[in-house]
Design a protein around this ligand. Sequence first.
Ligand SMILES: N[C@@H](CCC(=O)N[C@@H](CS)C(=O)NCC(=O)O)C(=O)O
Length: 205
Amino acid sequence: MPDLTLYHIAPSRSSIALWMLEEVGAPYEIKLLKMSEGENLKPDYLAVNPLGKVPALKHGDQVITEVAAICTYLADEFPERKLNIPVGTPRRGVYLKWLFFGPSVVEPAITDRAFPRKETPRATALGWRDFDTVLDVVAKAVAPGPYLMGEQFTAADVVIGSGLRYGMMFKMIPERKEFHDYVARFAARPAAQRAQAKDTELSGK
Ligand SMILES: N[C@@H](CCC(=O)N[C@@H](CS)C(=O)NCC(=O)O)C(=O)O
């Protein structure tokens, strides 16, 4: 039995972890949860992630939640796949910046736009900037290509690329040429294709 288990709702943010697992190529098991039946809020799963959110990844007896943490962890745990920038490499700092930038800057900026607050919060009290400023920063970073860290595809591309891909799919962010060209490069990756095919199959179950 593989010692990696992904708790997954198909499709959802856990599809990002599914893609990362396919990039890693190690055997893993999927525990599929049905949000429509509230399975992610039942005691069995709350014992895994008390927030009832997916993804969660079990590796041996360790549980990791938060998709960017899962991608960072897998990239470091399987260094032979060269999906990380190792400790001791100066570029690791920028790589980590992008891994954190996804959930702590891009996602809140998109959420601000999609679900405006009644009162505009003080900009200096937030850990991110407005939607347009954040997307300009990301567009500038992905424009030179092929990937965020240059020629090397890393876990940061799984995190930021998925955010852009799903954001455009759900019309939450504009289809800027920089985003479109960047995301189009992933479609050719066999791991991304395998993850997509698995997700399509699982979403019918
Ligand atoms: N901060 C979490 C967010 C995970 C998340 O929002 N997952 C959604 C799926 S897209 C979920 O589990 N929703 C079920 C629910 O809210 O009941 C992460 O980045 O992993």
